[in-house]
Ligand binder design. Structure first.
Ligand SMILES: [Zn+2]
Length: 83
């Protein structure tokens, strides 16, 4: 099943991002390892607009056209972290 990180919105899967970990080492059901580890957000102060910016750049590095990457970040406000 494809799960999206509820912070950056990128897919977590065997081929995608690894999930983050909770305190004690269990796997986070919500957040990827770039956003979250040891039970805390790695960038606790980051704002939604900055996260969208980061994700657009990450997707562009993976060969996504900028416009498509931008569209792909429009759902971030609806994710668990930002609601
Ligand atoms: Zn993430």
């Amino acid at each position: 099943m494809l799960r999206l990180c509820q912070s950056c919105g990128m897919p977590m899967s065997d081929k995608g991002l690894a999930p983050g970990r909770e305190i004690g080492g269990s796997i986070s059901p919500y957040y990827c390892h770039l956003c979250y580890d040891e039970g805390v957000f790695l960038q606790p102060e980051i704002r939604l607009s900055s996260m969208q910016h980061l994700v657009i750049h990450a997707l562009q590095r993976n060969g996504w056209p900028k416009m498509v990457a931008w569209v792909a970040t429009r759902h971030l406000p609806f994710l668990r972290r930002w609601r």
